[in-house]
Design a protein around this ligand. Structure first.
Ligand SMILES: O=c1nc2n(C[C@H](O)[C@H](O)[C@H](O)CO)c3cc(O)ccc3cc-2c(=O)[nH]1
Ligand SMILES: C[C@H]1O[C@@H](n2cnc3c(N)ncnc32)[C@H](O)[C@@H]1O
Ligand code: SF4
Length: 415
């Protein structure tokens, strides 16, 4: 096997537990051929050691979820996004500016019947700042903001169905997160990238999207740590960031994760969508993507949960993701589409279990908060949610219990 010097040195440094520098991480990210085989093998071994260390030998997790796109209006205009829409289009399609609470509950109830335990609220950022129609819709129902409405919708889901909300509403202030903490055991926001250039330069994917300023997003991630919120984040690979910028993004996440609240890091590959500014940009190249997954594992360490969605690659490529060091497939739905990537259906759960088993791992269901946070609920889960979480989690493993959710009063009665 021919390994380049730079990769060998970076792997040696990673193996001895040294903190990696930007150049070393960039060398790992650039790996292909025999180099990539070696980087992936190191990542895979590190994942295996980490799982064994916490008594979860060879388990790969997923969360059975429904996707609740509370609003597709947004004040941002990311060039890769097809989720976002405008009021005129919604009106022509006969749809409201937001889902009504009834519509949210209808999705959550159907999910509960299928054994889903997570309600993923993914939505556009602060649409009321850009669209008067959004503000009017909220005001007519007594809500002061989109995040105020997210809170009400989360409470309705908890009380009516018992599904656990995971909130992914974009940038939040520390105060906003503290108000949402009692209604969701976990929240998340992709860092996307630390590249400021992609935000400040005209023509770049984050230009004109105030919520994609990496300085703002890094602050959200730090605030979530101060608030002890189990938090999901990650990088979007292939949106025009250089390998050095990708390396800086992973190192920034490793630094933030020292606060202990980063429950999982998503490594998501950009997928070009029709009718977006980036429709002509090629999808993230598989070699580069797998190198990013393996490097994320090496940079973030054995106890980080590294997630890649199984619907953005082929079945064969799912095996390659496992071989590159992931241990989590993220939320997978037997009911709702991935509204961010609607052209990419979920594998059904039997297929996902088969794919996982073919690589000699076992598919295990978790809830929206990762096991360590469930097992240490006193420090990480708001008392208002203790009963909701306890109803769906296995007290020994912190994974999902074999049960169907049902509604519980919120806030939970605290003993
Ligand atoms: O179906 C999706 N789920 C996405 N999820 C949800 C994820 O699959 C799981 O539901 C969470 O990890 C909770 O376990 C995200 C969650 C975040 O906190 C941040 C970003 C994402 C991105 C997506 C996504 O693009 N598609
Ligand atoms: C919810 C998350 O989905 C990701 N996201 C948004 N658009 C795309 C796309 N075209 N391809 C892949 N991921 C995307 C972003 O990282 C966002 O934060
Ligand atoms: S990716 Fe999120 S912030 Fe960007 S336009 Fe789409 S919904 Fe808005």
């Amino acid at each position: 096997m021919t390994q380049s010097m730079a990769v060998r040195e970076a792997l040696d440094a990673a193996g001895s537990g040294d903190r990696l520098g930007v150049a070393e991480v960039a060398a790992l990210l650039a790996a292909s051929g025999d180099d990539l085989t070696a980087v992936a093998a190191a990542a895979s071994e590190l994942r295996d050691e980490g799982l064994a260390e916490v008594g979860r030998d060879r388990q790969i997790t997923y969360s059975r979820k429904v996707f609740v796109p509370l609003t597709r209006l947004c004040r941002d205009r990311c060039h890769y996004c097809t989720f976002v829409t405008v009021p005129g289009k919604l009106a022509r399609a006969g749809e409201g500016m937001f889902l009504e609470i009834d519509q949210v509950l209808s999705i959550a109830r159907q999910g509960a019947a299928l054994g889903c335990k997570e309600a993923l609220f993914t939505l556009g950022d602060r649409p009321e700042d850009r669209w008067p129609q959004a503000g009017e819709w909220l005001a007519a129902r007594g809500y002061s903001s989109t995040l105020d409405y997210v809170r009400a919708a989360a409470v309705a889901v908890l009380e009516d169905t018992g599904l656990l909300p995971h909130l992914n509403p974009g940038v939040m202030s520390a105060h906003e997160m503290s108000v949402l903490r009692p209604v969701a055991p976990s929240m998340g926001m992709m860092l996307e990238t630390t590249s400021r250039r992609l935000f400040t330069e005209k023509g770049q994917p984050h230009y004109g999207s105030p919520d994609k300023d990496p300085l703002v997003r890094l602050q959200v991630l730090r605030d979530a740590g101060d608030l002890r919120i189990p938090f999901t984040t990650g990088i979007l690979v292939g949106i025009g960031e250089s390998l050095t910028e990708r390396a800086e993004s992973l190192l920034a996440l490793a630094d933030i994760a020292r606060a202990g609240h980063i429950q999982e890091v998503i490594v998501q590959n950009f997928r070009a969508k029709p009718n977006t500014a980036m429709r002509g940009t090629p999808d993230a190249e598989m070699t580069e993507f797998l190198a990013a997954v393996a490097t994320a594992r090496l940079v973030l360490g054995r106890q980080m949960r590294v997630q890649a969605p199984p619907n953005l690659v082929s079945r064969e490529e799912c095996a390659a993701l496992i071989a590159s060091g992931i241990d989590d497939w993220g939320g997978v739905s037997p009911l709702t589409p991935d509204h961010v990537n609607p052209e990419r259906p979920w594998p059904n759960l039997t297929t996902l279990a088969e794919i996982t088993a073919e690589s000699e791992y076992v598919l295990a269901e978790r809830i929206t908060a990762q096991p360590p946070y469930v097992l240490d609920a006193e420090n990480w889960i708001d008392p208002s949610l203790t009963a909701h979480v306890a109803a769906l989690a296995d007290p020994t493993t912190g994974l999902a219990a074999d049960t169907r959710p049902s509604g519980l009063p919120w806030p939970a009665a605290v003993a």
